[in-house]
Design a protein around this ligand. Structure first.
Ligand code: KG4
Ligand code: ZN
Length: 338
């Protein structure tokens, strides 16, 4: 089954052609970083206008690179939420028009489900359930129990900032450009993670929730104080990163201790982080659980993951090309048919 994926939930204009949820024949992504960098974050209006300018060419580009005419595609998968409404609308409207014109089935995919199935792109293994997934991106941070492609339960989520947001805001405090995650990752590799002791959020007993705003604030106070002004930025970056990784891994360990899992997935933009990947793999090998982490290009937003999710979720996410609507607050759990 050959799927065309379209992803425009945030600031990446992404398209892909994927066979059977696994083989990526083409994956095209035009990052808009250059347009947003000077504002220190994403400007929604600019993002949707860039999608409008870029998407048609990106669809043609994916088809050309996959050496597949659009008429040979079996179906179209598009992100319908959550995300920035203006950005989502561009992808959804294009996908609907294309599905209507080509008379192909259309699938409306949850962006976060895409991140989970990204872990199985270009891998021989298929997802096994129940799966423990740590989903850490710029907009979301949550721990999920995945029972099937269409049945998922959130075990814990952030109470304030997402992990990627904490990276981006802390990077800004350190004078680093947006997006800050990769910048801190690189800087931290030259720093001492034990140089400064930043606070680790502890959830209430029994809870698997996360929180990063206290950490970010403590880095801010530290940098404003005399000691912080003299501190090496590399050490601050490494110490901040160590706190993020500790908090995330503590929740993974607690969740894993509570229930049985067949495999574990780490995904979302922050999953590209080298320290987090290292900690996740070490934990998995200690626990003898198979760990799946997408390669960096599929950790961050891409359209191959949207095609993969549609492949696994099938009819449950099948949509009507006349009526499909974007939903900026799309619920994570798929409602079960009554
Ligand atoms: O999944 P994603 O591409 O977009 C959303 O759905 O949010 O995630 C983007 C986030 C940004 O906050 C970015 O700073 C972060 O992922 N990120 C990283 C790394 N690469 C991207 N954070 C830490 N370390 C990285 N290497
Ligand atoms: Zn994402």
């Amino acid at each position: 089954m050959l799927l065309l994926g379209i992803e425009t939930s945030c600031d990446d204009t992404a398209t892909a052609v994927v066979r059977d949820g696994r083989d990526v024949l083409a994956s095209v992504s035009t990052a808009q970083d250059a347009f947003h960098a000077k504002y220190g974050g994403i400007v929604p209006e600019i993002a949707s206008r860039r999608h409008t300018a870029l998407l048609s060419a990106a669809i043609e580009d994916a088809a050309a690179r996959a050496q597949t005419p659009l008429s040979a595609i079996d179906a179209i998968a598009v992100t319908r939420g959550p995300g920035l409404i203006g950005s989502l609308v561009v992808g959804v409207a294009s996908a609907k028009a294309l599905a209507f014109a080509l008379k192909k089935p259309l699938y409306g995919v949850n962006h976060l489900h895409g991140h989970i199935f990204a872990a199985f792109l270009e891998r021989p293994e298929r997802p096994r359930y129940p799966m423990l997934a740590l989903l850490v991106s710029g907009g979301h941070s949550q721990l999920v129990r995945v029972l099937s492609p269409v049945s998922m339960e959130i075990l814990g989520r952030t109470r304030d900032d997402a992990a990627g947001e904490a990276y981006d805001k802390t990077a800004r405090l350190l004078g680093l450009p947006y997006p800050g995650g990769p910048e801190i990752d690189t800087l931290a590799q030259r720093g001492d993670p034990n140089a400064h002791k930043f606070p680790r959020h502890r959830p209430d007993p029994g809870s698997l929730d996360l929180s990063f705003s206290g950490l970010k604030t403590s880095v801010r106070y530290f940098l404003e104080a005399e000691a912080g002004k003299k501190a090496k930025r590399e050490d601050v970056a490494a110490s901040f990163q160590a706190a993020v990784v500790d908090v995330l891994m503590a929740r993974v360990e607690s969740a894993f201790a509570q229930r049985e899992y067949a495999c574990a997935v780490l995904s979302g933009g922050v999953a590209a982080n080298s320290a987090l990947q290292h900690a996740f793999r070490s934990w998995a090998s200690r626990e003898h659980v198979d760990a799946f982490i997408p390669p960096p290009k599929y950790c961050t937003d891409n359209a191959a993951m949207i095609a993969a999710a549609a492949y696994y979720q099938g009819d449950v996410v099948r949509a009507d090309p006349l009526t499909l609507d974007a939903d900026p607050n799309l619920a994570f759990e798929i409602p079960t048919a009554a």
